[in-house]
Design a protein around this ligand. Sequence first.
Ligand code: SF4
Length: 103
Amino acid sequence: MPLSRRRFMILVATVASTTVVPAESRADAPVLSESDPTAQALGYKTDVSKVDKAKFPRYQAGQTCANCQLYQGKPGSAMGPCTTYGGKLVYAKGWCNAYVKKA
Ligand code: SF4
C-alpha cells in the first residue's frame, strides 16, 4: 500500500519531534570518555591540567571546555554537552584540540 502524502507528513513530523532534542535537555546524555577514539585523536582530557601540551601545542593557559564555543553546558555546571562529540557530556574543566574561544 503506497504511503499517502498525509501519512508521510505525519511520519516526518513525528520523527522530527522525537529526534531534535535541544542540547540543554540532554542531561542524561552519555559522558565522553577519554578513551573514545575521537576524544583520543583530539587529546580530550577531563582535567585541563592533564593535557599533553607537547602533543597539542594549540593549548593555551586559561582555555577550558567551560569557555569553549562548542560547550553547551550552563554557566557554573560541572559538565555539559559538546557538539564536537555529538552532545556527549564533557567536563567544564576539560579541554580538547577542537577548542574554539567563545565569542
Ligand atoms: Fe571541550 Fe570545546 Fe573540546 Fe568540546 S570542543 S571537548 S567543549 S574544548
